[in-house]
Write a protein that binds this ligand. Sequence first.
Ligand code: GTP
Ligand code: MG
Length: 234
Amino acid sequence: MGGKAKISIVFPAYNEEKYITLAVKDFLSTDIVDEVIVIDNNSKDRTAKRAKKAGARVIKETRQGYGWAMRRGLKEAKGDIIITAEPDGTFRGKDIHKLLAYSDDLDVVFGTRTTPQLIHEGAKMDPFLELGNFAVAKLLQILHGGPRLTDVGCSMKLIKRPALKKVLRQFKVGGSHFSPEFMIVTIRSNLKCLEIPVNYHKRVGDSKITSDFWKSFKLGLVMIWLIISRKFTD
Ligand SMILES: Nc1nc2c(ncn2[C@@H]2O[C@H](COP(=O)(O)OP(=O)(O)OP(=O)(O)O)[C@@H](O)[C@H]2O)c(=O)[nH]1
Ligand SMILES: [Mg+2]
């Protein structure tokens, strides 16, 4: 990539007032980030106000859902390199360097939260979630011809602008299973993809997607169905 690549961070946010200020500041403090975009997904708390005050560009997305928020963020990002994460304390700004280390050679970098040495105290990655993520990731890898995969639910990812242009219109998922759709679409579009370990910390604030066993279990089934059906429909 010629010249200095501009970097955008995308945060989907639904009632994340407890950590949004620190998250925006943490990612901006890396000094290589050009913009932090917070997609406010109908938050009823002070998420938007705090994000703006911390230096983020705040965009309102009214279609409710993790996928809708992520897709809107990817669409609005202006950078040459777009990095997605979550503003809930689980990811760290310093880890963007890990993803960026591969961006010269690859189009897309997926994070994985299932590396034991990088799972920190209190992080929600119990043996069930770890094994579940691993098994579903292997299914995705095998059915769609992906790189080595160990996690299907990690929001921390990197995509370069030319690659994003190729895939943005192919996304259909608005819900919590957007992460595997992102992986399937980028892999099947013959983009060069790789998965790398990132740090995974304890969440700050209320968990929405995987707050209990049954929610996680149901989401796992939805992901499995997506992975199998996309093998035969696209
Ligand atoms: N659940 C949910 N999350 C949304 C929505 N819109 C945006 N988000 C954001 O998407 C990210 C993922 O949601 P989380 O509740 O953190 O779910 P998770 O990462 O699977 O699980 P935990 O971090 O352990 O709670 C967060 O940054 C949310 O604020 C939405 O409609 N529903
Ligand atoms: Mg989270």
